[in-house]
Design a protein around this ligand. Structure first.
Ligand code: NDP
Length: 489
């Protein structure tokens, strides 16, 4: 039986509200639970709890060593609950359980350990150039953070937002996606045993346009952080801008994966498959536009398509499954709407392109590869967010950079070459926040993760999160008694 968690406020679970949200298992389309939506009053209560906990200061004023110990306990609790969390997340999202257990949950625990370590080393600044004064700069927590997270990797992304906001002494209210709220709600509920003071971490479940919007607008919220689609990101930025609340938005992508003719062939094939088909292809950082150089194109495409056809699609609970169902019927229809129809110009379907016929229920889509003759094609410009690769062939390095950069997105990119000079040139020329060279998806938590262009504003990562979740305070003190000008003498 799945818990009904409409909200978690001050450590208390609330299971009541209106407008129930059906939460469905995409593996068989069965209803798991109906979650009543957190209404305005519940959202306001959650923010009030966060506000009170922040203002009272039990967490923000706690000695750093103690705060670190609590964050590390959060990580330990996540580790201890890993199997249970994996079961819930798998049922709710359709992502293969093995990927959740071995990647997302380890990441969720790591997020807390990483920020526990980080705050033990963070320092302010001191300016002592002026002979008469010392000026130092301290960082203080910003207050209450509204955290809005998407459905594609709820545990990893939701935990990143919680860990990074509270590590610096803030309180927070998380609103997960209405489509995949179960795993992250459970994760938040187990954090209660870590020793966090009441009200530091709160959660509200509900729809974006109602619960999410109410949360952002609440005057008790100081900053907003959002991960999700680009259209929603614009709405969030507009709202936050009107209210003069700092906001970071991490948005969509259509990332280029450039395979030069001197790449390690096997590695490039493996990397391209992982880059597009991990997490059922529902990844902001997916290498969804594969650009391959003509000299190796036929060989690469043949190997890539052959391997994609062999990917094991199936029950996400099965440890052998490599691709599970997409998150919902609606999303499956969205993904399938990109499959070129018969006689489509400029796009050739190389494999997949249909609902997997061996399943009579669930949202299973075959790994799909389309070859496009131009980067202007819809499959090359829009984020599909599924197991769907668009392939293009290029001749020169210049052409590869031109194609890679001809996108409104600029989240990540991938480059494969054994020539270091080529790699160095490529990392400079590509317009994207992250460039992975000869590796897929290596996330370095210390470094910023954020996109260029329509892929976002702001970043996650050690120093990037510190800058966002803290305010700088400049303090100036005379070094010795000073003679002030006397007015009115
Ligand atoms: P959405 O933009 O649909 O939703 C993201 C979150 O915002 C959800 O919790 C949603 O709630 C909420 N929301 C929607 N409208 C509003 C509103 N008006 N005010 C406040 N909150 C709102 O994204 P998806 O959940 O569909 O996630 C997929 C997208 O996320 C993809 O584009 C993907 O690329 C991107 N993404 C980006 C990442 C990055 O780091 N750059 C990482 C992972 C994903 P609800 O679902 O309840 O409507």
């Amino acid at each position: 039986m799945t818990d009904i968690i409409t909200a978690l406020i001050d450590g208390e679970t609330i299971s009541a509200g209106e407008a129930p949200i059906p939460v469905v298992n995409p593996a068989d389309d069965t209803l798991i639970v109906e979650l009543p939506e957190a209404d305005d009053a519940t959202v306001d209560r959650a923010v009030a709890a966060a506000r009170r906990s922040f203002d009272e200061g039990a967490w923000r004023a706690m000695a750093v060593e103690k705060r670190q110990a609590v964050l590390r306990r959060c990580a330990d609790l996540i580790d201890a609950a890993a199997d249970m969390l994996a079961d819930i997340e798998c049922a709710n999202t359709g992502i293969p359980r093995a990927q959740i257990r071995n990647r997302s949950i380890l990441r969720a625990a790591d997020n807390f350990r990483f920020f526990a370590d980080y705050i033990g080393q963070s320092v302010g600044a001191l300016y002592e150039q002026n002979p008469d004064y010392l000026t130092f700069v301290r960082r203080e927590p910003v207050g209450v953070a509204a955290l809005i997270s998407p459905w594609n990797s709820p545990l990893a992304l939701g935990s990143m937002k919680i860990a990074s906001s509270i590590a610096f002494g803030n309180s927070c209210v998380l609103k997960p996606s209405e489509q995949a709220p179960l795993g992250i709600s459970k994760l938040v509920s187990i954090l209660g045993e870590a020793g966090l003071p009441e009200g530091v971490v709160n959660l509200v479940n509900g729809r974006g346009a109602s619960t999410g919007d109410r949360l952002i607008r609440n005057p008790g919220v100081d900053v907003v952080t959002f991960t999700g689609g680009t259209p929603t990101g614009r709405v969030i930025m507009r709202t936050a801008g009107e209210l003069l609340k700092p906001a970071t938005v991490e948005l969509g992508g259509k990332s280029a994966n450039i395979i030069f003719d001197d790449a390690d062939f096997e590695q490039a094939v493996d990397g391209a498959l992982l880059g597009i088909f991990t997490n059922n292809g529902q990844q902001c950082l997916a290498g969804s536009r594969i650009l391959v150089q003509r000299g190796i194109a036929d060989r690469f495409i043949e190997a890539f398509v052959e391997r994609a056809r062999k990917i094991r699609i199936g029950d996400p609970l099965d440890a052998a499954t490599e691709i599970g169902p997409l998150v919902s019927q609606r999303h499956m229809q969205h993904v399938l709407s990109f499959v070129p129809g018969a006689g489509a110009e400029g796009e050739t379907l190389l494999t997949g392109g249909r609902r997997a016929p061996q399943f009579d229920r669930g949202c299973y889509v075959e790994p799909t590869i389309v070859r496009a003759d131009s980067n202007d094609r819809r499959v090359c410009q829009e984020e599909i967010f599924g197991p769907f690769a668009a392939l293009m062939v290029f001749d020169t390095d210049e052409e590869a950079y031109r194609i890679a950069n001809a996108s409104r997105f600029g989240l990540v990119s991938y480059v494969w070459s054994q020539n270091i000079a080529r790699i160095m040139e490529a990392q400079e020329r590509i317009e994207a926040g992250i460039v992975w060279c000869n590796t897929p998806m290596m996330r370095e938590l210390r470094a910023p993760f954020g996109g260029y262009k329509d892929s976002g504003v702001g970043a996650d990562g050690g120093a990037a999160c510190e800058a966002f979740y803290t305010r700088q305070k400049t303090v100036t003190i005379p070094r010795r008694p000073i003679a002030l000008r006397k007015l009115g003498v």
